[in-house]
Design a protein around this ligand. Structure first.
Ligand SMILES: C[S@@+](CC[C@H](N)C(=O)[O-])C[C@H]1O[C@@H](n2cnc3c(N)ncnc32)[C@H](O)[C@@H]1O
Length: 261
């Protein structure tokens, strides 16, 4: 199984970033999923398994299976009596048709070679009348104030680098089209906001998460020569400054889609 497209890797510092991102975003995403008691749920690209465990705890008797390509991520996942993790590729899910009440993926489609195929697989695994949900990135929607031009430059090159790996950090804007191509008739779009400002509870954690995105891709970007070390350091320094700037604020939205099979 190839993990080559995944821009972030699985270094301990990256796993810590992803755990921090889960702390920021899980509650709102679970509200979006609105999982029913007794549901059988599949998470595709389950990473560290933190979201899967929160989903299992969101209602009574919920069972969650997490499919994850990386053995290192599965090894770091917590144990829970109603959550199991299996190693597998989202492009060919090893489950029978119509097995789950709810199938979801979060922060996955931007990292796969063929997102439409992944959605078709997710649809296949959902029961008729079951739901398929995703939450994805469009990194162009990220805004900081006061302006951080060195960061903006590094962020643009980060997005381009991800594209050279075969990923798409802008995929959030394409969700409706992708769902329709994958065979869904009934698709609803929504967003999950990230609005943070100096002194608000999530501000430092959010800025830290964005710095961590650049950190996880640092070796790859420098190795590929897509950015100079000086420019990358200047981008990180912009956001480091913003963390303590009493005027600082950040706005972003995650793109979500929910469909019925
Ligand atoms: C950004 S993490 C998100 C993890 C989790 N969904 C969450 O929200 O915290 C994306 C995960 O997808 C996994 N992944 C990437 N490509 C995959 C594929 N083709 N099949 C299954 N998992 C994949 C990565 O290894 C990584 O753990």
């Amino acid at each position: 199984m190839s993990e080559g497209i995944y821009i972030h890797g699985t270094e301990p510092s990256e796993q810590e970033r992803l755990a921090g991102l889960n702390r920021i975003t899980n509650a709102a995403f679970i509200q979006f999923l609105d999982v029913a008691d007794g549901s059988h749920v599949l998470e595709v690209g389950s990473g560290l398994g933190l979201l899967a465990v929160d989903v299992a705890n969101a209602a009574a008797g919920v069972h969650v299976v997490g499919v994850e390509i990386s053995a290192a991520q599965i090894a770091a996942a917590p144990s829970h009596p109603r959550v199991t993790f299996v190693q597998g590729d989202a492009h060919s899910l090893d489950f029978p048709d119509a097995r789950f009440d709810l199938v979801y993926a979060r922060y996955l489609l931007e990292h796969v070679a063929d997102p439409e195929r992944v959605l078709r697989e997710m649809r296949r695994c959902a029961k008729p009348g079951g739901r398929v949900a995703v939450c994805e990135n469009d990194v162009s929607l990220l805004r900081f104030d006061p302006p951080c031009p060195a960061f903006d430059h590094a962020w643009d090159l980060f997005t381009r680098f991800q594209a050279t790996l075969g990923g798409d950090g802008l995929i959030g804007r394409r969700l409706f089209r992708l769902f329709r191509s994958a065979g869904f008739a009934d698709v609803a779009l929504s967003v999950q906001p990230e609005v943070h400002w100096h002194g608000s509870p999530g501000y430092v954690a959010w800025v830290h998460n964005i710095i961590g995105n650049l950190g996880s891709a640092r070796n790859g970007m420098l190795g590929a020569g897509v950015i100079s070390e000086a420019d990358l350091n200047a981008g990180v320094a912009d956001l480091d400054r913003l963390k303590t700037d009493t005027r600082g604020s950040a706005v972003f939205v995650w793109n979500r889609a929910m469909a019925t099979r």
